[in-house]
Design a protein around this ligand. Structure first.
Ligand code: ADP
Ligand code: MG
Length: 606
């Protein structure tokens, strides 16, 4: 007797739902994408009790006629893909015809829809039963999803707290809004208005509305065009750096996708503009000829395959580097205020409105997406908040020496600066040909030292044997973590240690530069770096070493300097490859042009 049976369609749909409908935010994604495909210009989304109770998606798209409104819930029923040929030139968000039957198999669905011609239709699907009746003829579609996962208790159990689920939904909505700036979005959580966008097609305006105005002001415009692709978007100034990688947003042909190589290119381009474990804030829109993209790789279409990936990746890398290095070296002061005007400033209420999302401990910096200005102040240790679709990039342990990239070709013209004096023993005031310059002495010194140590570490590292034997006691578990590979990594930065007894390490050689620091505590810190982290690589270890040394060896704020010392500091600063910011991305110099000063004093003739 045959054992194989063909599944009934309900079971097949539930299995498919397992792939595409993981949590409330996946319902939102699928329904909003359908609205977009239906040509909607305005989409409103409301979630209640984190989507557990109800999700409503309302659009003003083309709607469906009576026949389509029931067909839509059949598996593999789609109006978007008709031939195999089209599969390789997908222009719509959907094409698999899986979302509606999947959603309907795990919830109660009410859909009202109309093409605007004749009477509309209301379809209710509950417990596999479908009922159809006449409804109003308002053009567009409204989906109401209730009791999500009522029949899949395990999935329900795996939902996180309301705060986390809401944060996921918010993230999905933010990304959809950025992907389609030409569509107006309204998003509500439990009747609170979270954000709205105007649909005017301006990405910077959308960024200001979904994050805030301050963030938008710190974004720099980038663009690039080639024969078969183009890129445009905004990249955040280094001070916007985040403690997680979720802010590197790439939108390919209006679809938010994750392209690991592009992510690496972005991180690499920021190089030492950003400190250690921070990640840049970038929103890039890439347009590629549709036939060069394979969207049919991942059920929720989050990953794609690109034919010309390497060229795109290189272009992004160079474009970002150039923009960061071109960044007017000596800006700020009053000129910050003159930055690109925003068409529609965000209402200050929005942040307040969404602040409820963040009352819960669970949503810490990983989901601080919603309140950037607060997030900077309280850099709270990130807690694992599962943002399901965002795969962590796997950092493989060292393969080869990775250099910290610095663009050596770009040199900044040093303005003629005459130090006048110091204020608060912290900032050096200089007179230049065009106005006044304020230099943060600690930041400047950090930059100088950073580049000095970087050079030292890039060439051969001078090592010395400690004069007196240097021993470090470790716990057994820490000793076990010091694999040969990790010890090798340490030796590449000049620290050679060997096991001496079962729990003691003996330092055989250490880098000469360590002499300039508090050597004992620094060696321990280095060991911790390789012991405590699950994955370590040479490039991040080097970056850590260099920045810590730069910071520790630098003159402090509050050190009194003579005019001669100030002059030396300024001269050395301008010998750096990147004199404009410290390794943490903070500015080293602020320029008040003569024009700015005269304007502040409201002097005539300007
Ligand atoms: P897909 O989007 O992959 O085609 P779905 O299951 O998501 O599959 O949707 C099935 C079909 O239902 C779509 O192809 C479309 O014709 C129709 N549909 C779904 N949502 C809407 C909507 N909001 N407005 C108009 N038509 C819709
Ligand atoms: Mg769809």
């Amino acid at each position: 007797m045959a054992n194989i049976k063909v599944m009934d369609s309900h079971l097949a749909n539930m299995i498919a739902a397992g792939e595409v409908i993981e949590r409330p935010s996946s319902v939102i994604k699928e329904l909003v994408e359908n609205s977009i495909d239906a040509g909607a210009k305005h989409i409103e989304v409301r979630v209640y009790e984190a989507g557990r109770k109800k999700i409503v998606v309302k659009d003003d798209g083309c709607g469906m006629d009576r026949e389509d409104s029931t067909l839509a819930f059949k598996r593999h029923a789609s109006s978007k893909l008709l031939s195999e040929r089209q599969l390789f030139r997908i222009k719509t968000m959907g094409f698999r015809g899986e979302a509606l039957p999947s959603i309907a198999s795990v919830s109660k669905v009410t859909m009202t829809t109309s093409t605007g011609v004749g009477v509309g239709t209301k379809v209710v699907i509950e417990n596999e039963e479908m009922s159809v009746e006449d409804y109003s003829s308002r053009k567009g579609t409204i989906f109401t999803i209730e009791e999500l996962f009522y029949n899949t208790p395990v999935r329900l159990k795996f939902l996180k707290t309301d705060v986390t689920e809401n944060a996921n939904s918010l993230e999905v909505m933010q990304r959809l809004a950025m992907s389609r700036c030409d569509v107006a979005f309204d998003f509500y959580i439990d009747e609170r208005h979270v954000f709205s966008t105007s649909g005017r097609g301006d990405l910077l305006e959308v960024i200001s509305r979904i994050y805030n105005n301050e963030t938008a002001k710190k974004m720099m415009k980038v663009s690039y065009e080639d024969l078969d692709f183009s890129i445009e978007g905004y990249i955040g100034k280094p001070e916007l750096a985040k403690s997680n990688r979720y802010y590197m947003i790439t939108i390919l042909n209006e679809r938010n996708v994750y392209i690991p190589k592009v992510q690496r290119a972005i991180i690499d381009a920021y190089g030492d503009f950003i400190f250690n474990s921070k990640y840049p804030f970038v929103v890039l829109k890439i347009r590629v000829e549709h036939s060069l993209v394979d969207v049919n790789v991942h059920p929720s279409k989050r990953e794609i395959r690109l034919s010309n990936e390497d060229r795109i990746t290189d272009a992004i890398n160079v474009m970002i580097k150039d923009t960061l290095l071109d960044r007017k070296p000596l800006t700020a002061g009053p000129s910050y205020i003159k930055e690109e005007p925003l068409k529609a400033p965000i209402s200050p209420k929005i942040e307040e409105k969404i602040s409820f999302l963040l009352d819960d401990e669970e949503v810490l910096s990983d989901v601080s997406i919603t309140r950037p200005s607060i997030a900077y102040k309280n850099e709270v240790k990130p807690v694992q908040v599962e943002l399901p679709s965002l795969d962590e990039e796997v950092i493989t342990p060292i393969k080869e020496e990775v250099k910290i990239e610095e663009n050596k070709n770009v040199s900044f013209k040093k303005p003629l600066l005459i130090p006048i004096g110091q204020i608060h023993n912290t900032y050096i005031i200089c007179q230049g040909e065009d106005g006044m310059y304020l230099i943060d002495q600690h930041a400047a010194n950090e930059r100088i030292n950073y580049e000095k140590f970087d050079k030292e570490l890039n060439s051969s590292i001078k090592v010395v044997e400690p004069l007196v034997p240097y021993m470090i006691n470790l716990s057994t578990s820490d000793v076990m973590k010091l694999t040969e590979e990790r010890l090798n990594l340490l030796s590449k930065i000049g620290l050679e240690v060997e096991l001496f007894g079962s729990n003691t390490l003996k330092v055989r050689k250490m880098p000469l530069f360590i002499k300039e620091l508090d050597e004992g505590s620094y060696i321990e810190e280095l060991l911790n770096q390789v012991i405590l982290k699950d994955k370590v690589d040479l490039s991040s270890l080097r970056k850590h070493v260099i920045s810590t040394m730069a910071c520790k060896a630098s003159i402090k704020a509050h050190d009194k300097l003579s005019l001669r010392e100030m002059e030396d500091l300024i001269n050395t600063l301008f010998e750096c490859n990147n004199p404009t910011c410290c390794p943490h991305g903070r500015p080293t110099i602020i320029h008040f042009s003569k024009y700015d000063i005269e304007k502040m004093f409201k002097r005539s003739g300007i």
